[in-house]
Design a binder for this molecule. Sequence first.
Ligand code: SAM
Length: 350
Amino acid sequence: MTEKTKNLIDKLKESRSLHLSEYKELIEGYTRESASYAAAVALAEKKRIYGDSVFIRGLIEISNICKNDCNYCGIRKSNTNCSRYRLCEDEILDCCRHGYDLGFRTFVLQGGEDGYFTDAVLIPLIKNIKKEFPDCALTLSLGERSRESYSAMFEAGADRYLLRHETATREHYESLHPSSLSFENRMRCLKDLKEIGYQVGCGFMVGSPGQTAEHLARDLKFIEEFSPHMCGIGPFIPHKDTQYKNEKAGSVELSCYLLSLIRLIKPSVLLPATTALGTLQEDGRERGILSGANVVMPNLSPEDAKAKYTLYDNKLTKGAESAEALDELRRRLSAIGAEVVIARGDMASQ
Ligand code: SAM
C-alpha cells in the first residue's frame, strides 16, 4: 500500500468525505494490503457503533415476475427460460410467522416489478404484517413506483425501502438498462422515498459490465451525498440467459474493500454482507462482516420460490428456513467474533 492510499483511508475516516478524484485514487490504490488496512479501520468503526452485533433480515422473495428487462438480471421479462411464480398473501404471512419464531424482527419483501402487486394488494398486506408483528420492521424492495404509491405504503406501515441506484453514472446506467428505464426516474424514486420518511437503501453491483474506477468513485460520492440508511453492494454475477452470460463476475475482494470504504463514509450505515458475496465464495459473507458489514439477509422464501428467484447463476439457495440453518449462521459468525441479535436493527442515530 502506498503512503498516499493509507493517508486517503485515514482522511476518509476523519472527514467522511473525499473529492471525486480522491475516491478514484483510493479505488485504483486497491491492493490486498490497502484492503486489509481499510477493513481494520472500518471494523473498528462498526464496533464503536454497533459492537459485535449483526442484524438479520428475513428475505421473502414474493414474485419473480417482472415487467422490466434489465440487461444483467436473470428474472428479466424477456427470459423465457425463467419459471415464474408469485406468492399469495397467506404464503407471505406464513413466511413472516415462521421467521418470527426463528428470531427475525425485520422482514424484507422483495420482488420483480410484478403488476399484480398494486397498492390495492400491497396496502392490506403491509397492514396485516404490521398488525400481526408490531415489533418488527417491514422493508420493501419492489422497484420503481410513483411517489403516491410510496407514500401510501409508508402510511400503511412500511418502514424501509431498498432500491439500489445500480450506478451513479448516467451513461453507465443507460448501458445496463433498456431505454424504458431512466436514470432520472431511479434518482427521483430514491429522493421521494427519503422525503416521505422511509429508511432508504441504495447500492450497486461491483464489477457490472463496463464499470470503471471512475464509475465506482461516483458511486461512493453519491453515497456520501445521499447519505442512505442502508447500502446494498455485492459482486455482479453473470446469468446464463442474459446478454452478459460471458462477462466476468465481480471480485469478492474489491466488494469487501468497497464495503470498508462505505463504512468509513457513513459509520452508522446498515451494510449487508450480501448473498452474492456468499455465492461467489464459501466464506464471502464472513469476509463482508470482517470488512465492516453488519447485516445478513437469510432467505425465508419457500423452497420452490428460492429455486426460481434466479437473479444470477448458482445463487445460494440455502436460507434460514430451518432453526438449524440459522444456528449454523450464528456459529459461523460467532467464530469471527460477531453475534446475531434478535432486534429490529434500526440505524444507530450517530
Ligand atoms: N425489482 C426490484 C428493484 O429493481 O430494486 C428488486 C429486485 S432486483 C432483482 C434486486 C437487485 O438484484 C438489483 O438491484 C440488482 O442490483 C441485483 N441483481 C440483479 N441481477 C444481478 C446479477 N446478475 N448479479 C448481481 N446482482 C444482481
